[in-house]
Write a protein that binds this ligand. Structure first.
Ligand SMILES: [Zn+2]
Length: 197
């Protein structure tokens, strides 16, 4: 049994010179593990969301970072017992680093390299019982709260990303996600059903 739940729906708004931002903060629960993807940087919002689920920071087994932009990763240290995963490695809090392998998270969860927004960006694909394949796409897909796009293939491939590092790689990464996902959780924005699969 593998479940995915959006704890904080990612958003990005701007008023005057102040941006207000949160990434999508996602909880994955398997029979063995509690996993947080992108803890974000708003401590109160994160702690409130965990408290609401009755989860202590010490109970979280893994934290996956889609990329290391501070708005997505600043609070990674809040989980005192967690192993931290990026696109390829596992960071243990005793200072050890090891490569990931197929046993790290089990068969229902896959970390996929999706470069473009950032060179080491990854997405997380989860096979669920109730929603098919859910992909936590980080900033492969994101938009500001006032620019919610339509969800057709061409629009999604062409989404503007003002922070893109490698545009060609980003488009390839978007194609991969659109090929496998039944549902997509963007870095900032509401989860949506992938009608392009
Ligand atoms: Zn972001």
């Amino acid at each position: 049994m593998t479940k995915v739940e959006v704890l904080i729906e990612g958003y990005a708004t701007g008023h005057n010179d102040v941006e207000k931002i949160s990434p999508s903060v996602v909880l994955i629960e398997t029979d063995k593990n509690k996993i947080i993807v992108d803890p974000g940087f708003n401590r109160k919002e994160l702690m409130d969301a965990l408290a609401h689920k009755n989860i202590a920071t010490s109970q979280v087994d893994f934290v996956i970072l889609t990329h290391t932009h501070l708005d997505h990763c600043l609070l990674v240290g809040a989980f005192e017992n967690a192993i931290i995963l990026d696109s390829s490695d596992q960071f243990f809090q005793n200072g050890e680093i090891k490569s990931q392998d197929e046993h790290t998270l089990g068969h229902s969860i896959q970390i996929i390299k999706t470069p473009g927004h950032d060179q080491f960006h990854c997405s997380v694909a989860i096979n669920t019982d109730d929603m098919g394949t859910v992909v936590i796409a980080g900033d492969i897909f994101w938009w500001t709260s006032d620019t919610e796009p339509s969800k057709d293939y061409d629009t999604l491939l062409a989404l503007n990303d003002q922070y893109v590092k490698d545009k060609d790689a980003l488009i390839e990464s978007r194609k991969i996600v659109l090929q496998i996902a039944d549902y997509i959780i963007p870095g900032h924005g509401k989860m949506f059903k992938n009608i392009c699969k």
